[in-house]
Design a protein around this ligand. Structure first.
Ligand code: ADP
Length: 627
């Protein structure tokens, strides 16, 4: 099947051990979608052609400068063969060994294994993401031949042959033209891919917008068109979806798209997509590719998100094509180009405007976006000072008002605020259920004051930037400084008189010593006897819990002292006062004070030594039951 004569000795290589396992996994997990091999090969050929186009612009000498940049697929239904040939950048001998003898990403195998162990699906689109696409070829072929010559005029041709069973051979060949040809005979069960109608239908499905002509048995079959250069009204839903899948390597449809055509201070066109689903690790996405940069239709790079998007929008996929970059642009110079930062500013503003529109006109869509990307998106208020107000308006929270977990915006909160309410209140916590049990909520619940639950782990990190909205302060209900002026004091609960209370507070202070910063009468408690609050400049309790979890309780900021508030209308506090008046050294009084303090710590999530707490409780129960 080969067109090229061998000229040197054949060398044999073994695949890396992991690659064997990976091949096995690929062949066995992708068997339902054998046609994926075509998409992978076309996408590799298209990458190689993009690189050649770039090379032509930036280097003086290239092999075959006049050759058409194209992809040729040849199938033979009698011989059951398939070949794909490109006039792209080609590979040197080292590149052959490196690129298709090793796994590009060493974490890939572990990752896939882990997915399988967790019973999750390993599908074709996952495979493409991790740079192992080439191997999907072994689903349909028993033996594969790759013949290639690098675009460097001094290069030589090489042939790579492998049966995908652990080893490959490389030999030098005579090949006049640059580029790569991959050929093989189809396995019996996949002979359909030697029929041109079948091949054409797969091509139309996956790769119709490849920016180079694709010939099948010498007939041009794809409609070459840079989608982002069309008018918005010409864009078809289906086209957009396939294009999205092509650039992002995502399996799902996009949630939405943004088409930009900007002229003025900076000129560019962009077709951007918001994925529907967040990657497994949003903050450390393995797939950084997906925002492609073109300079006047010439592909520059496929991982341009760092230069073109602020960190909190790095999940956006698509294409940016600008005429304003110098033609000899290199990947290094784009990073410092003022053109790039102008595009970044505009793209950011336009995306935020689109989210605003979704939030207003299509809340269901916005909620899906926020659910998937909110965690990363909201960190924008820490980093993007220019757009901070817009991002604030786009934040969503769980709140006491929304029992079914619907999300509320700060605008909604403000619109429902009580007349005499000056601040916006929130409480942090591990989750809503835990936060709901916090005694510090009692006052707010009783007085129908809405409180936001900040239960996302990211929330504590954005708190410092979340200090104000619409001229109103955001205040934690766990601080001592909140304004509890509207105390709906239903005098049904008689409170301790001042003297008794002062005396009891003194005993509390003596007993607890430097465990607490202060002991005061509470205005916020309704049903609970005591609670802990931090003073105005103290660390948020959720931050404290997280720091403790991270540092095992060591280090700065640990053991911050809090203010213990006691509820002078509570039966237990009144009982303690009676004990106190009789004998302020009563052992039950002291034990109860410790117990109250530690119970508050326990609810606060910051009790470090439960065994002491349990021992004391057992003792108290013993006394209560022993009479
Ligand atoms: P990925 O394309 O995701 O990196 P592949 O396994 O498909 O992973 O390909 C591995 C590498 O082999 C590519 O990154 C590229 O360097 C090289 N390669 C594959 N096909 C070609 C081709 N047609 N021309 C030049 N290089 C290629």
């Amino acid at each position: 099947m080969s067109d090229f004569k061998k000229t040197g000795r054949k060398k044999n290589f073994k695949f890396k051990a992991e690659l064997n396992q990976l091949l096995h996994l690929i062949v066995h997990s992708l068997y339902k979608h054998p046609e994926i091999f075509m998409r992978e090969l076309i996408s590799n050929a298209s990458d190689a052609l993009n690189k050649a186009r770039f090379y032509e612009l930036t280097k003086e000498n290239i092999l075959d400068p006049e050759t058409e940049l194209s992809i040729k697929i040849n199938v033979n239904s009698k011989k059951k063969t398939f070949s794909i040939e490109d006039t792209g950048i080609g590979m040197t001998e080292e590149e052959l060994v490196q690129n298709i003898g090793t796994v590009a990403n060493s974490g890939t195998l572990n990752y896939i294994k882990q997915l399988q162990e967790n019973g999750e699906k390993v599908d074709g689109d996952l495979i493409g993401k991790f740079g192992v696409g080439f191997y999907s070829i072994f689903m349909v072929a028993d033996e594969v031949t790759v013949e290639t010559r690098s675009a460097d005029p001094d290069s030589k041709g090489f042939r790579w042959i492998s049966d995908g069973q652990g080893s490959f051979s490389i030999e030098e060949i005579k090949k006049k033209t640059r580029g790569t040809k991959i050929s093989f005979k189809l396995k019996k069960e996949h002979e359909e891919f030697s029929e041109d109608f079948r091949v054409i239908s797969v091509l139309k499905k996956y790769s119709n917008f490849v920016d180079f002509p694709v010939y099948v048995n010498d007939k041009e079959e794809n409609t070459v068109q840079a989608l982002w250069r069309k008018n918005e009204s010409e864009l078809k839903e289906e086209e957009l979806t396939e294009f999205y899948k092509f650039v992002s390597m995502d399996y799902n449809n996009p949630l939405g798209h943004l088409h930009l055509s900007m002229e003025g201070k900076v000129n560019f066109k962009a077709l951007l997509f918001i994925p529907e689903k967040a990657p497994m690790n949003l903050f450390n996405d393995m797939n950084e590719k997906g925002l492609h940069l073109y300079s006047n239709r010439v592909f520059i790079e496929d991982a341009a998100s760092e230069e073109l998007l602020p960190e909190y929008l790095r999940f956006i996929k698509g294409v940016v094509d600008t005429e304003d970059l110098p033609l000899n642009v290199s990947r290094e110079t784009t990073q410092h180009s003022p053109v790039m930062s102008k595009i970044k500013d505009i793209v950011t503003k336009k995306l935020l405007a689109m989210f605003e529109k979704w939030a207003k006109d299509d809340t269901a869509k916005y909620d899906i976006f926020y659910e998937n990307f909110g965690q990363l998106f909201k960190t924008g208020i820490n980093t993007d000072f220019t757009n901070r107000d817009k991002i604030m308006k786009l934040l969503r929270f769980v709140s006491t008002e929304n029992v079914n977990g619907e999300l509320v915006s700060l605008d909604e909160y403000v619109s429902r605020m009580n007349e005499d309410q000056k601040d916006i209140f929130y409480i942090t916590g591990e989750n809503r259920q835990i936060a709901e049990r916090n005694p510090n909520l009692e006052y707010f619940r009783k007085n129908n004051i809405e409180v936001l639950f900040l239960t996302d782990p990211v929330d504590v990190f954005i708190l410092p930037s979340l200090n104000e909205f619409d001229g109103k302060k955001l205040i934690s209900i766990e601080t001592s400084e909140i304004d509890i002026s509207k105390n709906s004091d239903d005098s049904s609960e008689e409170k301790l008189n001042e003297n008794a209370l002062d005396s009891l507070i003194t005993v509390f202070k003596e007993t607890l010593g430097d465990k607490v910063k202060d002991v005061v009468e509470s205005k916020r408690l309704v049903d609970s006897p005591a609670t802990l609050v931090v003073d105005k400049d103290g660390m948020d309790p959720q931050m404290e819990r997280m720091m403790r979890a991270m540092n095992q309780g060591q280090g700065p900021g640990m053991d911050q002292k809090k203010i213990l508030e006691i509820n002078s209308g509570h039966k237990l506090i009144k009982n303690l006062s009676t004990l106190n008046i009789a004998n302020n050294n009563d052992i039950i009084l002291k034990d109860s004070i410790f117990q109250l303090y530690e119970s508050a710590l326990l609810i606060d999530g910051n009790l470090k030594n439960p065994s002491e707490f349990i021992r004391r409780m057992t003792e108290l129960m013993e006394k209560a039951t022993g009479k």
